[in-house]
Design a protein around this ligand. Structure first.
Ligand SMILES: [Zn+2]
Length: 171
C-alpha cells in the first residue's frame, strides 16, 4: 500500500523557516509497534501503515532518520515547503518549523553517536545554512509542546546535537 501523493491535502508553508524541531517516532507513531524500537531493519512501512489508517495526508515529519543494517539513512517524508500538523505546538512556531523524526524510542535507548553525527551532517548543518539560522533554532519537541512530553526521548541529549552541529558547520 502506498500513500497517494496529493499536494492539495497538504498546507503550503507561507512563512520563513525559523525552527527545526526534533522528535522520536515513538511519540507520534506509537501505534506502529515496529517503529518503537530501532532494530536496524527498514521500518518505514509500519509508519506508512499508520498514516494510511489515520488517513493523514502524509508522514507527519519532513524527514525521518532510520537505521538500516549498520548505518543511519535520511528519508524525505513530506515536502519541506509544506507544514506538518501539531496541535500541541503553537501555530506561529509550527508554521515556521521543519520537523525531523528519529526512528525508535529514546526513552529506553541511548542514541548512538553515529545517529547524532548523521543528523548533524546530513540535515541540521545544511538546513541551518540554507535558512540562515543559528543552532539555538534547533528545538526538541518537548521544549515547544504545550503538553507534557519526553519527545525525542529522555536519553536524547541536545548538548550533543549542538556540539555535532558545530563540528559540521558549513561556511
Ligand atoms: Zn514529537
Amino acid at each position: 500500500m502506498k500513500i497517494s501523493l496529493k499536494l492539495s491535502r497538504l498546507e503550503i508553508r507561507r512563512t520563513k523557516v525559523k525552527w527545526i524541531i526534533l522528535h522520536h517516532t515513538e511519540d507520534e507513531y506509537h501505534g506502529a509497534s515496529a517503529s518503537i524500537i530501532d532494530n536496524s531493519k527498514y521500518q518505514m512501512n509500519p509508519i506508512m501503515n499508520v498514516v494510511l489508517e489515520r488517513n493523514d495526508p502524509d508522514i507527519n515529519y519532513h524527514f525521518i532518520i532510520d537505521k538500516i543494517k549498520d548505518e543511519y539513512m535520511v528519508f524525505t517524508c513530506r515536502p519541506f515547503v509544506t507544514l506538518c500538523d501539531y496541535s500541541d505546538i503553537s501555530v506561529n512556531t509550527n508554521n515556521a518549523a521543519i520537523h525531523i523524526g528519529l526512528m525508535g524510542s529514546y526513552d529506553f535507548t541511548v542514541p548512538e553517536k553515529r545517529l547524532y553525527e548523521i543528523l548533524a551532517f546530513r540535515l541540521l548543518s545544511p538546513l541551518l545554512k540554507l535558512f540562515i539560522l543559528n543552532p539555538n533554532r534547533i528545538k526538541l519537541h518537548r521544549e515547544v509542546s504545550n503538553e507534557k512530553r519526553t519527545c525525542p526521548g529522555d536519553f536524547f541529549d541536545k548538548a550533543v546535537v549542538i556540539s555535532m552541529v558545530r563540528k559540521f558547520v558549513m561556511k
